[in-house]
Ligand binder design. Sequence first.
Ligand code: ADP
Ligand code: ZN
Length: 425
Amino acid sequence: MSAFDKVIGYEKEKEELLQVCDMANHPEKYAALGVKLPHGVLLYGEPGVGKTLMATAFLEMMNRKSYVCRKDQSNEEFVDSIRELFAEAKKNAPSVIFLDDLDKFASDSESSNPEELIAVQSGIDSVKDSNVFVIATANDVRGLPRPLRRPGRFDRILEICLPNRRESVEIVRHYLADKKVASDVRAEEVARLMDGNSCAALESVLNEAGIYAGYENKPEIGREHIVRAVLRNVFEAEESVNEMSAAEKEEVAFHEAGHAVAALAFDRESVGLVSVRPSKSDARGVVQILKRDNYFGSYELMHQRVVALLAGKAAVELRYGRIDVGAVSDIDRASAIVQRFIGDYAVSGFGLYHMENRFSIDSGTQNDKIVAERSAMVARCYEEAKVLLRENWAFLEKLAAELVKKDTLLYEEIIAMRNDAGNAA
Ligand code: ADP
Ligand code: ZN
């Protein structure tokens, strides 16, 4: 039984931390090999991915006196307490210091107190030869001044990424284990809904779902509670569609189904959820595109993303023969991506390539050309979206009709409908 068992997934990172523990706990083994021990480890990554959890497990595994430093005091007192902490840790060596959320204090940003950074840096240097190990966490490693990150202060810098799908499933199972859940709740489905979110986000969604179930006096958390919590916490969707008229709802259903049908035409696995619940950020509903972070990986993926973004508008306009006024943010996003094609990747020739203002040649004319090229490219993608939707019209109508009936559809329902529509065609 290792303290790291409570950290789910992250096998490589845990292995790396265990190696450091082994060095600290069996220095003679490494000294015999002539190896110098590392002095510090820095874990960085988005909030809620388990950095503090990992660091805490590390403290346990180090099996020596530990000192935790976290900013929760006013500046003056805090600088003193940093100094005292390092002095104490040194006096009681072997020991380990944990600097939690280091980028919240030891930073060179204008808002932070430079004394704190100095106290941390000189603290680390003062314990260098005293068998004191330092572990720190940070959300944004770039927020930490370079000198602080150099080897000798932090010899190992590990990125803690968002969990992958397999890890998410494990994490979901873990959190479901101590809750009363109905038999229709499946870990794989919940993990898919939480695609690209942190463990902490997952924890709060499941908790929220539990609150809904309790309030309804249900003995178990059901799938519908989890979907509701995901819609609210992850997609920031309104609680209900009550405000909409039947005609509005149908239009939103066509818009969202348009996005989904286009995305599925490119990648049969790409849509996790579609809903007509109005999202707070957009005027329309919600579509969850899985693996959405990857689309800058290639020109094809970016192009597909633009077509899918414009397919909401295309669906409404094909269906009703009038302008879709709910597609403003879709058009903005599509245009921003296209601008990147032109400006960063020179897909329309090098004349429109932008050099980050390194030198500006008559930028007025160049801007006009970029705008013209961008609009032409967005318009072409919009036409492609229309072609795709016409080819998949039966599926589109079916999806929109189901959305009107059920408000929200999940991956498996969407896949089943797509297969049916495919067979009928
Ligand atoms: P961070 O320090 O990266 O912001 P925390 O360590 O505070 O994140 O984790 C936030 C919450 O999520 C905690 O309740 C923690 O127990 C849980 N958690 C995060 N990652 C994991 C994981 N890999 N396994 C189990 N629980 C996790
Ligand atoms: Zn849209």
